[in-house]
Design a protein around this ligand. Structure first.
Ligand code: IYR
Length: 219
């Protein structure tokens, strides 16, 4: 039974054909790359606001929007995050990651040093909320990982659309972010995303993407 109010859905139409639009959007999104070398060129906060609003327009379980985007521009806090992340990553690269894992990362040229955490003008730390707190009462959220993953995908697309670059960074374990950013117990860190312009000499590894035949099955 429909208990909430409903309004008509305003269908969107475009002047171009569906073929043209779907092809050009694919070509555009296919140019998105994870970048590890950032410029320190500033981005206005108001622009980041729009990217975060776009992320929060993602679908979520029972429309609970179970996320908090912590947007860090403070050089002091970025420094603290970098120090804590590098401490964990040093351990990861020196014994905590398996030989197979280290081997799998060779094409990306990653190591424990994370200079992008202080160079990029903004770090967006995405937190997931297992539950909400309303006047001290726990309110359940649903499909939290799926929802927050979707919102992060929207965020990456918005960053790319604005002409910026990003990296989905997963220092592990992530819990130092909870402490540094002083987040409440119902929030857990999900991903750390530096956002900025690419460095002038930024490079990305040569990668192929799977063909349609290798990743889609039609019935
Ligand atoms: N978190 C580490 C290791 C790492 C793991 C995967 I899977 C990557 O795709 C990339 C890096 C780091 O950030 O270096």
């Amino acid at each position: 039974m429909k208990s909430e109010k409903f309004i008509p859905y305003s269908a969107i139409t475009f002047p171009e054909s569906v073929q043209e639009r779907s092809e050009s959007y694919y070509q555009f999104m296919d140019q998105r790359r994870s970048v590890r070398e950032f410029s320190d060129k500033p981005i206005p906060k108001e622009v980041i606001d729009q990217l975060v609003l776009t992320a929060s327009s993602a679908p979520s379980g029972a429309h609970k929007q179970p996320w908090t985007f912590c947007v860090v521009g403070s050089p002091e806090i970025k420094k603290k995050i970098r120090e804590a992340a590098e401490k964990e990553e040093y351990e990861n690269y020196h014994g905590r990651m398996s030989e197979e894992w280290l081997e799998d990362l060779v094409p990306f040229g990653t190591d424990w040093q994370k200079s992008f955490l202080t160079t990029a003008p903004w770090l967006i730390v995405v937190f997931k909320k297992a539950y909400d707190l309303e006047n001290g009462e726990k309110k359940k959220n649903y499909y939290v990982n799926e929802s927050v993953g979707l919102a992060t995908g929207f965020l990456l697309a918005a960053i790319h659309n604005a002409g910026f670059v990003s990296l989905t960074h997963t220092p592990s374990p992530l819990n130092f972010l909870q402490k540094i950013l002083d987040r409440p117990a119902n929030e857990r860190p999900f991903l750390l995303i530096p956002v900025g312009y690419p460095a002038d000499d930024a490079e990305v590894p040569v990668l192929d993407r799977k063909s349609l035949d290798d990743m889609a099955v039609y019935y």
